[in-house]
Design a binder for this molecule. Sequence first.
Ligand SMILES: Cc1ncc(COP(=O)(O)O)c(C=O)c1O
Length: 290
Amino acid sequence: MLSKLDVYLNGKFLPLAEAKISVLDRGFLFADGVYEVIPAYGGKLFRLQQHLDRLNSSLAAIRMEPVMSDSQWADVLNKLVEPHAQSDQSVYVQVTRGSGSSRDHQLPDDYTPTTFAMCQTIATNSLDSIAKGIHAITLDDIRWDWCHIKSVALLGNILLKQQASDQHCTEAILLRDGFATEGSASNLFIVSNEQLITPPKSHNLLPGITRDLVLELAIKDGVRCIEQEISEQQLFDADEIWLTSSTKEIMPVIELNRQAVGNGQPGKLWEKISTRYSQFKTQLRNQQHD
Ligand SMILES: Cc1ncc(COP(=O)(O)O)c(C=O)c1O
C-alpha cells in the first residue's frame, strides 16, 4: 500500500520529499510544459479519458509527443488515488520538456520529458460556501492568444485572480474585445431568457471538462443551450452567471462588479443543473471498479 505522501515522478512512486528535478528543467526555466487537474470521487477518476485527451492535445500544441498511453496513465493515476478513496481528491499532472545541459530558448531536437503527478484532498467546506454564491469582477484579459493550451505558464491567470481577491471577490471574468470569454481559472455560462449560453471553444479559452459536462447535463434536462459569444452588455444583463471548473464545480455568481446578478441569489437553473452534477458524481462514486 502506498503511503499518503507518495507522488509519481518519471516512472517512480516516491515520498514527496524525495521527488526532485533539475534546476535546468525547462518547466522551471521557461514554463515549458502543460498540466491537468483531474478530480477523483470515492477513488474513481472523473472524466479521465477527456482529461487525457486534453493533456495530449496540449502536448501536441507545444510540439511534444504523448508521454505514455492512456492505459499507462490510468494505472499510474489509479495507484495515486486508491489509498485516498475515503475522501475526494484532485490529481495534479504536469509534463515538461525536461532539462538540457544549459539554459537555451531553442527547442531541443531530443528531450526526456519530466512527468509528475500527485493528489490532494478537495475541501468540501469550500464547495459548501461556493454554493451560497460568489462575487466576481470583470477585468481585461491580459493573457496570451493561446488560452486553449493548459500551459503551466499561469502568471497572467494568477495576477488576474489576485486582483479579484484584492477586491474581496472569488473570480475575475475576463473581457477580450468587448466579449466575456472565461474566468481566470474557470469557464463562463450565463442564463438569459431561460437559455444557457457559453462562449464557443476557441483560442480565447480553455476547453473545460466541466464546461462540456454542464452542457451535456443541461441538454439532457431539456434546457435550451447555445454556444455563442457573450458581449459585456449581455453579461451585465444576465439572469444568472455561472463559472465552472473541475475542483470548484459550478459556481453561481451572485454579484458582479458590486451589482447583484438577478435577485442576488443562486438562480433556479443553477439549482437544477448543480443537482444533476452532484447526482452524476454520486453515480461515479457508487460504480464498481473494473
Ligand atoms: C483558465 C481556465 N479556464 C477554464 C478552466 C476549467 O477547466 P476544467 O473544467 O477542465 O477544470 C480552468 C481550470 O483550471 C482554467 O484554469
